[in-house]
Design a protein around this ligand. Structure first.
Ligand code: IMP
Length: 444
C-alpha cells in the first residue's frame, strides 16, 4: 500500500481540499502535518459544502481515520467550533480523529501579537491571516510553547505565565484572557481534548506496519514554505513534502510518492512578489470565474498566469511524481493563455527561482502564448471530452514540468474530474483502489 503526500505547488489555494477528498477512498487515513487554522479546505459533494481549516478534509468520509500531527499549531477554540460544526452536519469524528499530544497550542495571545505586528509593519506587512500562526511557531522554536501533553502538568500555570509575560512585554498591554482566566480555559480545553490525544507518531507507525495506507495532506503551498518559499512573505512552517515527516513522526523511508497540485493559473493572498500577476481586467476575470476569495479571511486573491519557473522549482524540491491540474475550466473564456517559461532578471534570462524576494520582485516574466479553447470544459470526466487546445495546454504543462498530469479538475465537485487511470503512476500510487476513487467520483 502506498503512503502519499499531497502538496500545493504554488502559494496555496490550488484546490487541495477537493483532490484530497476525491483520493480518500484509496487510503485508510489522512494526516495533516503543518500549519494551523490559516488554511482553508473546501469540499463540495451532493448538496453539501464544508469549509475546513484544521481537521483534515478526509473526515467527511465515513470511517476514514484522521490525524492532526505534531507539526500543526492548533487553536483550541477554532478546533472545537469546527468539530461542533461537523457534528451539526451529521459527520461523527468519534473514534477516528486523533491529535498529537506534541503539537503546539495556538493561544489567544499569539493572534493578538500577530495582529499588532502587522499593524506595526505598515507598508512592509506580510499580509498574514491574523490567526497567530507565526507567533505560535516562534514560541515553539523558542521553547516556551505549550503542547497538549503540558496541559495536565502541575506547572502549567507557570509555563503560561512565561508565555504571556513575553507576549505582554511585546504588546505593552495584557493579553486576553490572561492569568487565572487563561489557566481555566486551558483546563477546560484539556478535558475536551483528552479523548482525542495520542502519541500519533506511534499510532501512524503501527498503521504503516499493518499495511494501511496514509495520505499526507499539506496546507498552504510550496512557495509559502518558511525555508523554500518567498521569504519573508511565507508562512512559518514547512509546507513542502519534507514537512510531512517532521510534522507527523513518520520516517522518509515510509513515503512512496508525492502528488503536486497545480492550478491552471496562479493566485496569491497576502503580500510578496508575484511575477505573473495580472493587475488588469484579465486578472479580475480569473478572480471572478475562479471565485478567488480566501476561504479563511475572505480576502480577494491576486491572480495571474501559470509560472513554470516557480512551478518547476516546486516540482523539484518536493519530488513530485504526479500532478493534479485544477481549475482548468476557469480558463474556458480566455482568447489566449500566456505561460511564463523564464524570467528576465537584471538583464539576464534565467529559469532559476531567485532566493531573495527583492530579486523576485525585479524579475519580469518571459511568456510563451498558447491559444485559448473558448468553449466549456466544465464537468469533463475523460480527456477526450476536452477541446483540442485544452488538451494541448495540458500536454504543454506536462512537458515543461516533466511530470505526468494524472488528474484534471474541471469544476469544484467530485464528479467534475478526469482521472487518467492508464498512467503507470496512477497504478503505482493507487493500485486496485483506483476503482474506488472512480466510484466516489461518479457517485458525486
Ligand atoms: P500566516 O500563515 O497567517 O502567517 O500568513 C503568511 C502568508 O501565508 C500570508 O501571505 C498568507 O496570506 C499566506 N497564507 C497562509 N495560509 C494560507 C492558505 O491556506 N492559503 C493561501 N495563503 C495562505
Amino acid at each position: 500500500m502506498s503512503n502519499i503526500v499531497i502538496i500545493g505547488l504554488q502559494w496555496g489555494d490550488e484546490g487541495k481540499g477537493k483532490i484530497v477528498d476525491l483520493l480518500c477512498p484509496a487510503f485508510d487515513a489522512v494526516v495533516r502535518y503543518q500549519g494551523g487554522h490559516n488554511a482553508g479546505h473546501t469540499v463540495k459533494f451532493g448538496d453539501r459544502h464544508f469549509s475546513l481549516h484544521l481537521i483534515p478534509s478526509g473526515i467527511v468520509h465515513e470511517g476514514m481515520r484522521c490525524v492532526i500531527g505534531n507539526g500543526v499549531v492548533l487553536a483550541p477554540d477554532a478546533f472545537f467550533s469546527e468539530l461542533d460544526h461537523l457534528r451539526e452536519e451529521g459527520v461523527d469524528p468519534q473514534g477516528r480523529l486523533f491529535l498529537s499530544d506534541r503539537l503546539q497550542l495556538l493561544l489567544p495571545g499569539h493572534a493578538q501579537v500577530d495582529q499588532a505586528r502587522e499593524v506595526a509593519r505598515g507598508d512592509r506587512k506580510i499580509g498574514t491571516t491574523s490567526r497567530g500562526i507565526g507567533p505560535a511557531y516562534e514560541s515553539k522554536v523558542s521553547r516556551y510553547g505549550i503542547r497538549p501533553c503540558d496541559l495536565y502538568s502541575a506547572t502549567l500555570g507557570e509555563r503560561l505565565e512565561v508565555l504571556t509575560d513575553k507576549q505582554e512585554a511585546e504588546l505593552g498591554r495584557a493579553v486576553e484572557p490572561t492569568g487565572e482566566a487563561l489557566l481555566t480555559a486551558c483546563r477546560q480545553w484539556a478535558e475536551r481534548l483528552r479523548p482525542l490525544l495520542r502519541n500519533t507518531s506511534s499510532l501512524l507507525s503501527a498503521w504503516v506496519e499493518e499495511g494501511r495506507s496514509l495520505l499526507f495532506e499539506g496546507a498552504q503551498g510550496a512557495l509559502l514554505d518558511v525555508d523554500h518559499g518567498t521569504y519573508p512573505y511565507v508562512t512559518s512552517s514547512n509546507a513542502t513534502a519534507g514537512g510531512a515527516c517532521i510534522g507527523s513522526g513518520v520516517p522518509p523511508t515510509a513515503l512512496d510518492g508525492v502528488i503536486g497540485i497545480l492550478k491552471a493559473y496562479t493566485s496569491r493572498v497576502g503580500e510578496g512578489p508575484f511575477v505573473t500577476e495580472l493587475d488588469d481586467a484579465v486578472g479580475e476575470q480569473l478572480r471572478a470565474r475562479g471565485n478567488e476569495y480566501g476561504t479563511t479571511t475572505g480576502r480577494p486573491r491576486r491572480c495571474g498566469w501559470l509560472d513554470m519557473v516557480a512551478s518547476n522549482y516546486a516540482r523539484r524540491i518536493n519530488g513530485i511524481g504526479a500532478i493534479a491540474l485544477t481549475k482548468l475550466d476557469v480558463l474556458d473564456d480566455c482568447d489566449e493563455i500566456p505561460v511564463c517559461v523564464a524570467y528576465r532578471l537584471d538583464g539576464e534570462e534565467t529559469t532559476e527561482f531567485p532566493s531573495s524576494a527583492e530579486a523576485l520582485a525585479r524579475a519580469e516574466p518571459i511568456y510563451e502564448t498558447l491559444p485559448g479553447w473558448k468553449s466549456s470544459t466544465v464537468g469533463a470526466t475523460e480527456p477526450e471530452q476536452l477541446p483540442r487546445a485544452a488538451r494541448d495546454y495540458v500536454r504543454y504543462i506536462e512537458e515543461r514540468i516533466g511530470a505526468p498530469i494524472a488528474l484534471i479538475s474541471t469544476g469544484p465537485r467530485r464528479e467534475e474530474t478526469i482521472l487518467r487511470r492508464e498512467l503507470p503512476v496512477v497504478q503505482s500510487y493507487f493500485g486496485e483502489r483506483t476503482e474506488r476513487i472512480l466510484a466516489v467520483r461518479d457517485a458525486g
